[in-house]
Write a protein that binds this ligand. Structure first.
Ligand SMILES: Cc1cc2nc3c(=O)[nH]c(=O)nc-3n(C[C@H](O)[C@H](O)[C@H](O)COP(=O)(O)OP(=O)(O)OC[C@H]3O[C@@H](n4cnc5c(N)ncnc54)[C@H](O)[C@@H]3O)c2cc1C
Length: 402
């Protein structure tokens, strides 16, 4: 039995390894780029946050987040870590549940997978973009520019549109649409947010621990605490990735409300500011508490001019506390798909069997990974989905049910 797998990213490699466990299966793995796992190399800032020990169905989104349950039950994070350990990858789990290779290098993950794929019943076709898949008598004809391969079964593991420069593409959605599979609207998720607030340019490069609330028309859309990074266009950093899903979509006025000192209440901050040396200049009111540049921008935003601290009134100090604890920045739009880590939306899961990842429309056709309408939270959830769904698709397709 020949199984064609389209896409040599995370889910495609996982599917190939599982399907090839059946010695009667010949896997043909097509990857349009010159090497396997190019996107994986860029994950986790080059460290590859390959899983999260807390990953469960509540960390996933889409029209039917429950769709992930089967795949995650069969291959939860602890099984995934065992799977990698068996291949020779040493991992380390941080207190947040995020899992990284012990080497701290994403290429360790790619290398380990690449070595495991060196099997007599796996044929790697690199630089081979699949442009067409047609239904043949008993199976499928899979065509690249160079050849057409007959496959009894096909697994679409083409990934999503996010991270365009790293391989994100519409290909998977298009290949599946030819078989009648519809997609939901695609949006960038785990993405930076833009602002029209001019003050942001002077904060470019500043990092701060922050509690972020994303508000739509003043109502809470999402919130999280973590590292915020200012860029020349707006807001970035893990805390923004965590809160950005569907932000700035669907109309309304969008705002980020930032608390730069979540561990202190206003009373404590006011007391700290009130006891600053009175002869210091007002621009140094927050020096030693926040990043100097951030402190100055917030002091200015609170309407404080240059004067010695002792000349500031109680109301002015309260105003600075408010700027530190509840600073509002208007948001305009998310950055585009090329900056996004994952695609929200995708091929509708209702048309796939969650127990096997097989199409309900076309027997013998499977899909896994980001191409499906599933996206996970920040912190290793998306790769966990790629491994779990890829292995399930490969295992199901590898069963001889022709
Ligand atoms: C910058 C960045 C950082 C990220 N960091 C993390 C992280 O730390 N942790 C985490 O969990 N997730 C992270 N993600 C998300 C994660 O990488 C993806 O969700 C995951 O790789 C999806 O796996 P996949 O197999 O579905 O798709 P991909 O890994 O994208 O693989 C799809 C492959 O299919 C190939 N392909 C597409 N079309 C064709 C075709 N027609 N013919 C042949 N080949 C084709 C592509 O070239 C690609 O190699 C990050 C994403 C980005 C962009």
């Amino acid at each position: 039995m020949v199984i064609g797998i389209i896409g040599g990213g995370a889910s495609g490699m996982a599917a190939a390894l599982e399907a090839s466990k059946n010695p009667n299966v010949q896997v043909v793995l097509f990857e349009r780029q010159a090497r396997l796992g190019k996107k994986l190399l860029a994950t986790g800032n080059g460290r590859c946050n390959l899983s999260n020990t807390n990953a469960g169905k509540t960390g996933y989104h889409g029209q039917d987040p429950d769709f992930v349950s089967n795949a995650l039950e069969q291959m939860p994070p602890e099984v995934t870590l065992g799977w990698f350990a068996d291949m020779g990858l040493l991992t380390v789990t941080e207190s947040t549940g995020r899992v990284y290779p012990y080497s701290d290098q994403a290429n360790s993950v790619v290398d380990i997978l690449r070595f495991a794929l060196e099997k007599p019943n796996i044929r790697l076709c690199l630089g081979a973009e699949v442009g067409k898949i047609s239904k043949a008598d008993r199976g499928f004809s899979v065509s690249t520019d160079a050849e057409t391969v007959f496959c009894d079964k096909v697994i679409i593991a083409c990934g999503g549109l996010a991270g365009t420069k790293l391989g994100g593409t519409m290909a998977g959605y298009k290949l599946l649409s030819k078989f009648g599979h519809k997609s939901t609207k695609l949006r960038p998720a785990l993405v930076q947010l833009k602002t029209a607030w001019p003050g942001v340019t002077s904060l470019k490069g500043v990092r701060a621990n922050c509690h972020v609330q994303i508000l739509r028309d003043g109502k809470l859309h999402s919130e999280s605490t973590g590292e915020l990074q200012f860029t020349d266009y707006g807001l970035s950093g893990p805390v923004i990735f965590e809160t950005s899903r569907d932000a700035c979509f669907g109309g309304g006025i969008w705002t980020a409300k930032l608390d730069f000192l979540p561990q202190w209440d206003e009373k404590r901050l006011l007391s700290a500011l009130s006891s600053r040396p009175g002869n210091l200049g007002s621009e140094d009111l927050l020096t030693g508490i926040l990043h100097n540049r951030l402190g100055r921008v917030l002091t200015k935003a609170a309407g404080i001019g240059q004067c010695p601290i002792e000349e500031l009134s109680a109301d002015e100090l309260t105003g600075v506390c408010a700027a530190v604890k509840a600073f509002e920045i208007s948001l305009t739009e998310p950055m585009g798909m090329d900056s996004a880590q994952v695609t929200a939306g995708g091929v509708m899961t209702a048309d796939f069997d969650p127990a096997t990842m097989e199409s309900r429309l076309v027997p013998g056709l499977y899909a896994c990974g980001e191409v499906l309408d599933i996206d996970g939270d920040c912190g290793g959830y998306n790769l966990q989905w790629a491994w779990s769904s890829g292995c399930l698709a490969g295992r199901s397709a590898g069963k001889e049910t022709l």
